[in-house]
Design a protein around this ligand. Sequence first.
Ligand code: XBP
Ligand code: MG
Length: 255
Amino acid sequence: MSELAALIWDVDGTLADTERDGHRVAFNNAFSQAGLDWHWDVELYGQLLKVTGGKERIRYYLDEFNTAWERPANLDRFVAELHRQKSEFFVSLMEEGRIPPRPGVIRLIQEAADAGIRLAIATTTTPANVDALLNRFFGPQGDHPFELIAAGDVVPAKKPAPDIYRWALEKMQLSPDDCAAIEDSRNGLLAAQSAGITTVVVTVNGYTDNEIFTDASLIVDQLGEPESPLQVLGGAESHATMVDLGLLRRLHALS
Ligand code: XBP
Ligand code: MG
């Protein structure tokens, strides 16, 4: 295994708990603005998270949970427009600062950047959502340390397909052996692994803590801060209190 050269981050659920109080709320706002009586409660949204991608998730909802709804002639266009409005609501929620970074996220990003580790994002979400989140967390001047943002529809197949990771690796001229990935979900873990990345830390949240994370390098409840240690839920390093660069390098050397 070569030296760890790059760290690739998922966004939703990993950098921040965006799903329940961000995306879900934005979907519901878009539904009511469009005059639809659809409502995705916290429990239903958990089921809908099986499918990644907002447009794909709306279609999955119609196919599995709301089959009686009479579809318009051009469903693709309808879904795209609804999703565009949802994205506007999500960006506003981010700009209002309602959704903070998860513990340890900014600490680890800074540590990796200071050590010259290359940083990238590989996410299913819409690019404007990532921009809004990074502006909020790192300042509005594009001051974040990410070299590449791989997001949304740049690839046709979303996670758990490996496409977004492969796209990022190709753009950065990296081999999967050079990288570690940070994910929060089974779909994300599978995407990274299918792209050949074997060092994957999974940091679970309320929507993913019952998922199965086969062959993850480490499963934790958060990345941890000095005053708020993480809990190891699976994998090596059972005494870890924080995910830091030293720990990532050890996991990478093992994998
Ligand atoms: C994120 C997603 C996204 C967001 C919504 O998955 O599944 O669909 O919920 O984003 P991951 P959009 O964290 O694995 O990348 O509505 O912008 O698609
Ligand atoms: Mg995620």
